[in-house]
Write a protein that binds this ligand. Sequence first.
Ligand code: TXA
Ligand code: MG
Length: 363
Amino acid sequence: MQTEIISPVTETDIEHAAGLIRRGQLVAFPTETVYGLGANGLDASACARIYKAKGRPADNPLILHISDLSMAADVAREVPPAAAHLLTVFAPGPLTVIVPKAAHIPDIVTGGLPTVGVRCPANDIARALIRAAGVPVAAPSANTSGRPSPTAAAMVADDLAGRIPLILDGGACRWGIESTIVDCTAEGAVTILRPGAVTREMIAAELTQTEVRVDSALMAADAVPRAPGMKYRHYAPRAPLTVYTGAGPAVAAALRAELLRRSAAGERVGLIASRETVAVVRDVLPAAYRYDCGARGDTAAYASRLYDALRHFDRTDIASLLAEGTEEEGLGLAVMNRLRKASGGDIVAVGGAFEKTGSNKKD
Ligand code: TXA
Ligand code: MG
């Protein structure tokens, strides 16, 4: 199959893409988080094509994307008050709420679960596409299963060219990591199943009468998370990754020492780190083996570059990969969650603690 990549995207292109969706085909499209691989969410055989194109396990449910908040009522049996509140405040935006599913949503969308993920993206192309298609659009991230999510159209093409008819190129994604998933199906409490750009702190500030939990399995390498997809070893770079956390200068020194040790042993090793840390190792590491993820503490920059960094190193001949961690607050919780998964939980706490929080461990 020939894959068409369209840029810039016009209204005519949106109509063309919406027609493909209505006819049961797949379209990759930009969102403010990562690129999605969309299909008609009411058409079971169209959704089956998503699993096939990605090589995705069948028990991993899809999120339904809506263009306007009013569409939530079409896909949910009910929208619990906490979900309604979060959607009102944070949607359109990088948020997915888990709510009871409406009876007509095919089982293949939800992996047989009685609940469904609902998300209204903030990207104009995404919303125009959903609106023109006139149906909820089921869309996982547009990567091959097990690879980092794509944050640009070229990354979608790297994984899916020849397997899907169309990629709408909307440029780089604003956030670069997937939406925050919040389970709103329990009474009196919500649970963050996947941290993202709508942070735990932002959610807690809104839901003052509701307990805001973080799925404890997100922090442990061995526990089984409640979002089925979070149990897979996603975002796994080809080279084994070790993440160093702690106070910036101490981490930079520890990374430099470890790079020197591995290089002396003849090992080619890559580094993903802050600009400040990269500056500290510049003299001992070739340019292709160091990836600058922005100023230290700039978690938004780190989030937007992380997947490109992981894909970059998959194209090099490194035998191992080191990365600088972030504090687990605000967007840093999401960045560390992805680093934790990419490393399979191989985290080294340097000096035991970050300066500000006093601890890099959260439950
Ligand atoms: O930012 C995003 O959410 C992107 C863009 C394209 O919108 N989409 C995305 O989809 O990341 P995906 O399929 O790659 O990740 C969805 C996650 C999976 O871990 C899945 O297991 C979980 O959401 N999920 C979906 N439905 C669920 C449900 N009913 N209950 C619990 N977890 C669910
Ligand atoms: Mg995904």
